[in-house]
Design a protein. Sequence first.
Length: 257
Amino acid sequence: MTRTVAIIQARTGSTRLPGKVLKEIAGRPMLWHVVERIKRCRTISTIVVATTEMEEDRVILDLARSLGVEAVAGSTDDVLDRYYRAARTFDADPVVRITADCPVIDPEIVDEVVEFYFTGDYDACSLEGGFPDGLDVTVFSSSALSTAWREATLPSEREHVGPYLKNHPERFHRGRYEKFQNLGHLRWTVDEERDLRFIRAIYKRLYREGEIFLTGDILDLLQREPDLLEINAGIIRNEGYLKSLERESEVLEARRL
């Protein structure tokens, strides 16, 4: 019997916007909104917030437990290890990866990706194509996650959960769930202060206590108020992963010298 577990990675130690997952949006911490949105998913059996063992992240453990979801602490830098151990603790199969800096994550799209995962013999499935940054969701089988945990050695493969599988397409059967086209320029995640201002503007217009708005509501709003897009325009997508690759290339070059 499968147990579909959503693991939400969260920490306060962001370099670009420290403490971002606790920043206030519509009177609540960002993480609060992410958890409440994932609670709306039909396909998720258990929600786990996975943070670090740093003292400053105890507040994340407390917040998660106050919301009635599970919470664990693990490695600060080895996020793959943090996911693997959280998945084992809660007998997760599959694991649904969610990040706490995506406060407009859409539970209906999460459900669609999970359901797509179960349509084939996949090791992993992701939302792919031209989708707005901030709707990211990936589903991993327990066996694929375990293999990555045992074998991944590159820093970029330890600091992030998915790269090892992407780097070995000959070994893993990956599914691509493509729902959107030509929306990849839209930025709905939070990495910088401008992102936070954008999200707060969206919530100010769409959020109602006890309800959630969905992707279509945001797209309709941006049609009516396109100037909102200027708030956080021009920020590089996936900059954190790109920085990991840059650091990694420097390390590998030093080893060759």
